[in-house]
Design a protein around this ligand. Structure first.
Ligand code: ISE
Length: 336
């Protein structure tokens, strides 16, 4: 029997999941869509014959919904995730789990009260084949310890509603999670440098920024977050080990040779660049829900990444790039 999924949030990410569940992965169907923008919910739901709700409450409490995908803005995730937990429903929550550590703690408390891990956080890079290969090389141990990681997180452009804080809680949060997962340790301190800003940005935005962080064992991580590149969506990562440097391959794209040159076709968005990762993530989640099991990253992962966000935001807002300690609570045994 297929898993009946309710989608909260009919924006770009929600629609991409809808199309994926219908056309690219198996075992699930979207039976309901909720969005405060009624017209958006209708236009997303109609082609799939899904029900339309104006509120997430109605959707979460619909007895025909087995599991929920939350694809709204990060800053409104927490109440919906908690409602779904209280209804005993499995949740795939797009990143970030919430935009403050405090909200993530409230979600972890709700999940512990439910007595069962129900929430998977949509950190899709954990499913990207190139990152998986990089992690396998590191875990094999042949090249020694990790010393440094260089990241570049570049977007072609961002809308006017994107804020300087979002460069951290919506964009760099991917590297915060990926670095924790790749290296198998927590990030303990972080600072944000503000180089010269690009002229290709809305005036309120500080862009680019460079995040510098250290892990428990002293691995130094840097992350260029540069979201008005104009020419592509481009993700780079180089892991420097003692006797090797491992780099993600170029974009997950074809190679072209023509009169303009010899080159890879560039991705335009995260949906495009991480298509395989998203498909693998959603397929694994549907399979697990069908078996009544939790899979993937937990609320602890969502919390730990957001705790780094909180420290990075403090450094960014200070403006003089102070290094800020990440304040992590003790890890509850529930998430061990
Ligand atoms: C967006 O929400 C994502 O998740 C993308 O992966 C990231 O590149 C972009 O900056 C975010 O706004």
């Amino acid at each position: 029997m297929s898993v009946r999924i309710g989608l909260v949030g009919a924006g770009g990410m929600g629609r991409a999941h809808l199309a994926r569940i219908t056309g690219e992965v198996s075992g699930g169907e979207v039976v309901a869509v909720a969005d405060i923008d009624h017209a958006a919910a209708v236009s997303a739901a109609e082609p799939y014959g899904a029900k339309v709700y104006d509120t997430s409450d109605e959707l979460v409490n619909d007895p025909d919904v087995d599991a929920v995908i939350i694809a709204t803005f990060g800053r409104v995730h927490a109440p919906d995730v908690i409602k779904a937990i209280e209804a005993g429903t499995y949740v795939l929550c797009e990143k970030p789990l919430a935009t403050t550590a405090e909200d993530c703690i409230a979600i972890m408390d709700a999940e512990r009260r439910a007595g069962k891990k129900l929430v998977t956080v949509g950190f899709m890079r954990r499913f990207d084949p190139a990152y998986n290969d990089m992690k396998a090389i590191y875990d094999a141990g042949e090249h020694g310890q990790a010393l440094l990681v260089h990241n570049r997180h570049r977007n072609p452009s961002v809308p006017e509603s994107y804020t300087s804080r979002m460069a951290i809680d919506d964009t760099a949060i991917h590297e915060f999670d990926t670095m924790r997962w790749l290296l198998g340790e927590e990030i303990v301190k972080v600072r944000v440098d503000r180089p010269k800003s690009t002229t290709h940005r809305f005036g309120h935005l500080i862009d680019p920024i460079v995040v510098v962080a250290y892990t428990e064992s002293g691995v130094r991580i840097d992350d260029e977050v540069n979201v008005n590149l104009q020419w592509a969506y481009s993700i780079e990562c180089e892991l420097v080990l003692e006797t090797a440097a491992v780099r993600l391959g170029d974009q997950e794209r074809i190679h072209i040779r023509d009169r303009y040159g010899d080159r890879n076709a560039m991705c335009r968005s995260h949906i495009d660049r991480f298509q395989t990762a998203f498909n693998r993530e959603v397929q694994e989640w549907i399979n697990a829900v069908a078996r009544d099991e939790h899979t993937g990253s937990t609320c602890w992962d969502g919390y730990a990444a957001t705790a780094v966000v909180d420290a990075a935001v403090k450094s960014h807002e200070d403006g003089s790039s102070p290094m800020i300690d990440v304040a992590l609570i003790d890890k509850p045994a529930f998430y061990a």
